[in-house]
Design a protein. Structure first.
Length: 113
């Protein structure tokens, strides 16, 4: 589930998102902040402790700098930034990845230009 590209859209566009797992629920922004902290700590103080966590699992964590609920943060971002970040996300139809990434990027220029 977390590897799908549509999950990115489902968490970026709504003003609030709640993650539910069984009987436990948490606001998305709490998960996003925790993931950002994890990313910072794994590079510095906790590198040895997280060394054995598979990289593809940690890449599924939300990047708080790019991927915030209801965010306008990606405005005027080039397509390259989300393309790099989400390149390994899965889709049934490869065109869905293109449309998803384009929907994340709001530019001042028309796509046809």
């Amino acid at each position: 589930w977390w590897t799908r590209i549509w999950v990115v859209q489902e968490t970026v566009f709504p003003p609030t998102v709640t993650i539910v797992c069984g009987t436990v629920s948490a606001p998305w922004n709490m998960l996003s902040r925790a993931a950002s902290q994890f990313q910072q700590h794994r590079r510095v103080c906790c590198a040895k402790a997280v060394r054995n966590i598979r990289r593809d699992y940690t890449n599924m964590l939300p990047d708080g700098r790019l991927w915030n609920t209801g965010s306008t943060q990606m405005k005027d971002t080039s397509l390259l930034s989300p393309l790099r970040r989400f390149r390994n996300r899965n889709t049934t139809d490869p065109r869905d990845k293109v449309y998803t990434l384009l929907s994340l990027v709001i530019t001042k220029h028309k796509i046809s230009q």
